[in-house]
Design a protein around this ligand. Sequence first.
Ligand code: GLN
Length: 191
Amino acid sequence: MNVGVLALQGDVIEHRKMLRGLGVEAPEIRLPEELARVDGLIIPGGESTTIGKLMVEFGLDRAIPVRVGQGMAVYGTCAGMILLARTARGGEPPLLRLMDITVERNAYGRQVDSFETDLDVPAFGPPPLHAVFIRAPVIEEVGPGVTVLASLNGRPVLARQGRLLVSSFHPELAQDDRVHRYFLEMIRSAA
Ligand code: GLN
């Protein structure tokens, strides 16, 4: 299995490390043609405005949806989640609009309001998942095809729609690899 990490901006290295720890090749993806090599793609956290603009510049805003239509899975963390959303509040960058969710950017406040917490994820079972939130977005509305996997204060922070997975937080910055393993399992079961 080959899972690429979109390497335009953001915490690319940490995702690649986590994937390699799970025995998966994790090439950096910058060009549309490189998407042909991967079964899954991670869009990392960073700055969604920057990543969104670069996606358009490189033609990835068109190429990623085409590959998703062909079966490629995508996991978006934080800024990556914003880019997958149908709608974003609080300043809308160029979006892929692949997932039926509305997100609110910077929903917990500014950089100083970043925090860590433990989340109950019924699909994973115990122990709770340690989650790092950095200027994180939240999901405000979900469409009927979306399954919420974890919430914080009543708002979804981990969700799935078919081959798409999103999290408000950064599992690649913690020691727990269960979200990445879940994503790999999504790809395997779709194959
Ligand atoms: N606040 C950033 C944005 O709106 C996301 C932050 C992150 O990815 N950690 O794009």
